[in-house]
Design a protein around this ligand. Sequence first.
Ligand code: GDP
Ligand code: IMO
Ligand code: MG
Length: 424
Amino acid sequence: MSNLVIVGAQWGDEGKGKIIDILSKDADYVVRYQGGNNAGHTVVVGKEEIILHLIPSGVLHKNKVCIIGNGVVIDPEALLAEVSYLKAKKINVNNSLRISDSAHVIFPYHKILDKLREEKFRKTKIGTTGRGIGPCYTDKLSRGGIRIADLLNKRIFKEKLEANIEEKNAIFTKVYNYKRYSFKDIYAQYLKYAKKIKPYVCNCSVVLNEAISKRKNILFEGAQGTLLDVDHGTYPFVTSSNSTAGGACVGSGIGPTKIDKVIGIVKAYTTRVGEGPLPTEFSADLLKKIRHIGKEFGATTGRPRRCGWFDAVVVKHAVAINGINTIAVTKLDVLDTMPILKICIGYKYKGKIYENFPADIEALWKAKPIYEECKGWMKDTTKAKKYSDLPNNARKYLKRISNLVGAKIQIVSVGSDRNQTLFV
Ligand code: GDP
Ligand code: IMO
Ligand code: MG
């Protein structure tokens, strides 16, 4: 038995979907523990590309139990659309999908509020995915939120929704000069969703603790990345949940003593979508090149991703915060045509050298990265079948990254396909 947490070690989109798909072959249960359909996890199987937003990436293997944990925020419309999307691809989730009764529900007013906030307060805009994630987690923490269990209890649901609509309508009309919501319409619509969702609902903690007692293997699937974690990321340019490994316990109802291992997913360079500091961001020419080769466009919103050099300060921070045991380095092949590679080993700001990730957002905005250079390998790595097939300079680059961040490399990925994966 082994229970494994997989986390993004940068700003999301590290290639978690691909690695989770591969490692979930050995898992009995695959569990999402935070975030919502802001996530976009891509799995490529043969010629087919499958993008998952809410349903765990383990769903592509037969006989896995796929759980959406209590720490996730669920938009029922998006969930049901994903179930249909998978069905159209001949993947039936009826027997595999479970949803925690304690997960919070995203309502239309969350999605609108997310967008209105971004439009009205442009100066402090986060560049969210517009999926209502922040407003839904805000309601959860302010204790006004509506959970799946509430949705399934008509009387409680009515009471809670009435209170929410009253409050939200006051905000919409007085702050945003926006239309009012009709309680009746949302109530009727969500009762229909409740009926469809009910067969999947479970007590996630009970299911997982039973699985643990039967010595089953559980894989916890993190969404977003460490630098988007609400506590440990580039606050306020973060998402509204704990995407780090600690979130796996809180967001699924198991204890920390049940986690055996944490694997960090690390892109061989750096990307981020949305606003916020990115100290190693490329200049325009290099950005264009890497974005094109790496196909760096958001899997959820299609927005172009910002790209930069590998930042060892960021990943070292992620190794510490998550207790990462080993890392999987993805998209190494994207660097195949780079004659010189830079690795950021520290930041300089106001005469001070930062070797650890600073919380001061101004320092992050203005920090000058300190780089060391490595020679590129200028060879195609996409056909490598084992680690020793990689060019010498590629192995040197990987070794340097591993030493700087303080974690051993377990997997190297050299393409989006399942078989472009090297186990070290
Ligand atoms: P996630 O959110 O962490 O699951 O990552 P995304 O799916 O949003 O983005 C990663 C993208 O890179 C997807 O399009 C993957 O198919 C692709 N990908 C994953 N690993 C590799 C790799 O090693 N090389 C290349 N070229 N693409 C990869
Ligand atoms: P995966 O799981 C990359 C970013 C958004 C924005 C910030 C807040 O595919 O790695 P939100 O909608 O969550 O309130 O937006 O977080 N963001 C992601 N960036 N990958 C993701 O997920 C992301 N999910 C949210 O772009 O900057
Ligand atoms: Mg993604």
